[in-house]
Design a protein around this ligand. Structure first.
Ligand code: C2E
Ligand code: MG
Ligand code: MG
Length: 395
């Protein structure tokens, strides 16, 4: 894994100031890009992925507030330092406005900017917060320390890989933190939207690189319940798919069953619009939430994923077997695909195959793998090595 890259983006109408800041930034270990133009700043922001922004409030074409609005619209999570020749009150109010737009505002500086203060702000930004606070997560997102692992989905009938599911991890000091430890924090601190966008961006980028080789494989992405009341999401995801030349019908959105208890109408609106735009929708962890049957009736799902708590011990648990058989029959009678997750043994695979389950996922077939390993696994799997899953588990 490569170390964190620190990237400083500067917009200031004075070329000489840009050059001084460049020198300070490079001394502090940043890769630096500078511009005197607001238009160029917007283009650079989109391509350079800055981890720190220095923004002069008075620049040609746009004013600083318009640029802050642009950054907010693009879910910018990195800290922004304002500088200006204006009096301190204008700087303070602009910084407050930025905060209200949901941006992370750093200190602000009156011109001429003190090199010592600037250096100190740059150094502080490089130190990751050490606890499990929202700032810690914000920092991780801003620095793109999000890693996706992928777990294959295999057809019971054909033994072929039909899909991959993206599962997020956070990389902290060389260790990977599982999603259950930080998704709830992201949901509570309103970071889930920028996190979801980053996850989808990474997943689309990686998936795009294998579509031509494996056109039959779809991509599943987990969506947090908390993002389902966002009416803009279906359009945003569709646009991102188009930008990556991905057909939305190859993207499955997995939504946890417990998500549907609140904001029913809004959620039904968002899910239905995802369907209209071509995405397929899966009800994840089926059997663990509330009013499962009502949800199946009211929402346009394509897939049921039976929760692993029913699957893992199927071998010994006769009751669980009756439940899985009923869910498979129910799913089929509604015209849905039924997937079982958490298959850890051949015995459980065989039971579910005999019950007519459609798709299998679990450690028996393959653990979630980082993208490079996944591509190797897929190449082996394509040669039909699937019939003996254990050999593939630890590629
Ligand atoms: P999930 O979507 O139901 O994913 C299945 C979880 O079961 C994954 O845990 C996977 O690693 C694990 N698993 C797979 N096969 C087996 C097996 O055979 N046995 C057992 N015991 N476990 C198995 P993981 O990666 O820790 O993810 C946990 C949950 O976090 C996911 O459950 C999902 O709800 C959430 N999550 C993961 N990635 C994302 C994401 O990108 N966005 C959001 N919003 N949530 C995510
Ligand atoms: Mg899932
Ligand atoms: Mg699940």
């Amino acid at each position: 894994m490569t170390g964190i890259k620190h990237r400083l983006l500067v917009v200031d109408d004075e070329v000489e100031v840009c050059e001084i800041i460049r020198e300070v930034g490079e001394t502090a270990g940043y890769e630096v890009k500078t511009t005197t133009s607001g238009v160029e700043f917007c283009a650079l922001y989109l391509n350079f992925n800055p981890t720190f922004i220095l923004l002069d409030l008075n620049i040609p074409e746009f004013d600083g507030i318009e640029l802050l609005r642009f950054l907010a619209q693009h879910n910018c999570t990195c800290p922004i330092v304002l500088e200006s020749g204006q009096d301190e009150k204008v700087l303070a109010i602009s910084s407050k406005l930025g905060e209200e737009m949901g941006l992370t505002m750093g200190p602000y500086f009156q011109k001429p900017v003190s090199v010592t203060k600037l250096m100190s702000a740059l150094e502080t930004n490089k130190e990751a917060p050490q606890d499990d606070s929202p700032d810690f997560l914000r920092h991780a997102i801003a620095n793109k320390r999000i890693v996706l692992h992928y777990q294959p989905k295999v057809s019971f009938k054909t033994n072929q890989v039909v899909g991959i599911e993206a599962l997020v991890r956070l990389e902290v000091q060389g260790k990977l933190i599982p999603p259950d430890s930080f998704i709830p924090l992201a949901e509570e601190s309103n970071l889930i939207r920028s996190l979801s966008q980053l996850i989808v961006q990474i997943a689309f980028q990686e998936y795009k690189s294998i579509i031509n080789t494996y056109p039959e494989i779809s991509l599943s992405v987990n969506l947090s319940p908390k993002t389902l009341d966002d009416l803009l999401m279906p359009d945003e995801f569709t646009k991102m798919a188009q930008e990556h030349n991905i057909d939305t019908k190859n993207i499955c959105l997995e939504i946890t069953e417990t998500a549907f208890s609140e904001h029913k109408l809004l959620i039904a609106d968002v899910i239905t619009r995802f369907r209209i735009k071509g995405f397929t929708i899966s009800i994840d962890d089926f059997g663990t939430g509330y009013s499962s049957l009502a949800q199946l009736h009211n929402l346009p799902f394509n897939e049921i994923k039976i929760d692993k708590s029913f699957i893992t011990h199927l071998g010994e648990d006769l009751e669980a077997r009756k439940i899985t058989q009923s869910v498979i029959d129910l799913g089929h009678s509604l015209g849905l695909t039924v997937t079982a997750e958490g298959i850890e043994t051949k015995e459980v695979w065989d039971i579910l195959a005999s019950q007519g389950c459609d798709i299998a996922q679990g450690f028996y077939i393959c653990h979630p793998l980082e993208f490079d390993k996944l591509t190797k696994w897929l190449a082996l799997a394509r040669d039909g090595v699937h019939t003996n899953h254990e050999h593939l588990s630890n590629v």
